[in-house]
Ligand binder design. Structure first.
Ligand SMILES: Nc1ncnc2c1ncn2[C@@H]1O[C@H](COP(=O)(O)OP(=O)(O)O)[C@@H](O)[C@H]1O
Ligand SMILES: [Mg+2]
Length: 207
């Protein structure tokens, strides 16, 4: 299976928006294995909306959990024991774009962290990092946690305002490919995202 894991330094930083842009650009298949929180538009629904008309595909989640918190806790609240077999990569048309929940050390079960799953999936990861204060340490920690589990890192993508000093420090200390920065889009729609992705994201630089 070819594809990418889209992970990041935190939740609410633009992983889903970036994943939608990537899935559209590659005419790929998007999969969010575990959705925690069903009150608002789910990540899968956002990606389907932002990929409309691009030929990209969207798979259903393996687990849809009610509470917006870490998957292990959301599953406990719903009285569900997640079966790791259902978290294996699905048979789908590649490239498969898999979005993780939150950051790399989020627990999925009582003995499985996100990064452990990534290592089983054996796909390279793209780290989405916001440019806001604190990003240098968060991003370098994310790189270390992935490397410690043997997860290949295809690159780092920034979201937010340009912060050249932070971006340079991350490039310098991590040695990870810098794929660009997705600016804030207003409005955020399929056409605008495709255009911004094509202009700002350098998939050709991926490691
Ligand atoms: N490039 C962008 N332009 C405009 N809004 C964005 C952009 N990236 C993210 N957002 C908004 O920020 C919020 C969090 O983004 P999201 O992609 O859902 O983050 P994550 O998947 O990391 O939780 C959403 O409301 C989303 O619409
Ligand atoms: Mg998301």
């Amino acid at each position: 299976m070819k594809g990418f894991i889209v992970t990041g330094t935190d939740t609410g930083i633009g992983k889903t928006v970036f994943a939608a842009g990537l899935t559209a650009a590659l005419r790929g298949t998007y999969w969010k294995p575990v959705q925690s929180g069903l009150e608002e538009e789910t990540d899968t629904e956002v990606v389907a909306r932002l990929c409309a008309g691009t030929g990209a595909q969207v798979l259903p989640e393996a687990y849809r959990l009610k509470t917006p918190c870490s998957p292990h806790e959301a599953a406990r609240i719903d009285g569900i024991t997640m079966d790791c077999d259902r978290l294996k990569l699905p048979a789908a048309e590649d490239p498969l774009i898999v979005e993780g929940a939150g950051g790399v050390l989020v627990p999925y079960t009582d003995d499985l962290l996100a990064a452990d799953l990534f290592s089983c999936w054996a796909l390279p990861a793209i780290i989405v990092a916001r440019t806001a204060l604190g990003t240098i340490s968060h991003t370098l920690l994310t790189v270390e946690a992935l490397k410690a589990r043997g997860v290949l890192i295809a690159g780092v993508v920034f979201t937010g305002e340009e912060e050249p000093v932070a971006q340079r420090a991350i490039a310098h200390f991590s040695g990870v490919a810098q794929l660009g920065r997705l600016p804030q889009l207003e409005p955020l729609d399929a056409a605008g995202l495709s255009a911004a992705f094509a202009t700002n994201i350098r998939l050709d630089l991926m490691a």
